[in-house]
Design a protein around this ligand. Structure first.
Ligand SMILES: [Zn+2]
Length: 160
């Protein structure tokens, strides 16, 4: 039992709310070798929010939301559907911490949603044990039915 979080994962946890860090640490302790995972994102800068928003959008669409046109990348697939480009729990919140992390099964196969589901089950179990209320990006209303409304953010967990 237990997997070891690599240095990249640990670096991504910097600046993330201690409750989330506790949950991720606990999940790593509970994980079996077949459920190895990585932290791929923690705190996100405004710049990164703009870059994400620009993917799949034109300069005009970016400008309409106050995103510098230089970030427009209409040829790339869209990665965010936020109506406010800066409305992300990955940004530093009022308490000075980021309130979200992105986790992926490792090695990752983005098409194998079963592994994302298995990882989410583990993480939500760890959250329960740590008494942290966590929301999963593939089950926005937290009713235990992933992707029922077409949610696509399987790596994402945030404080509820
Ligand atoms: Zn995320």
């Amino acid at each position: 039992m237990a997997i070891r979080l690599g240095s990249e994962s640990l670096a991504h946890l910097k600046g993330v709310h201690p409750d989330i860090v506790r949950v991720v640490t606990r999940a790593a302790l509970m994980a079996t070798a077949d459920l190895d995972f990585k932290v791929i994102e923690g705190v996100r800068t405004d710049q990164q929010c703009y870059i994400n928003y620009g993917k799949g959008r034109t300069a005009a669409q970016c400008a309409a939301k106050g995103v510098p046109a230089v970030h427009a990348a209409p040829g790339l697939p869209k990665v965010t559907w936020l109506s406010d480009p800066l409305n992300s729990k990955h940004r530093k919140q009022k308490d000075g911490f980021g309130h979200a992390v992105d986790l992926i099964p490792y090695p990752v196969d983005w098409n194998n949603l079963k592994r994302f589901d298995a990882l989410a089950k583990l993480v939500l179990e760890a959250a329960k044990l740590e008494r942290v209320s966590l929301r999963w990006g593939a089950d926005w209303n937290q009713n235990g039915r992933p992707r029922e409304k077409g949610e696509t953010d399987s790596p994402h967990f945030e404080l509820a």
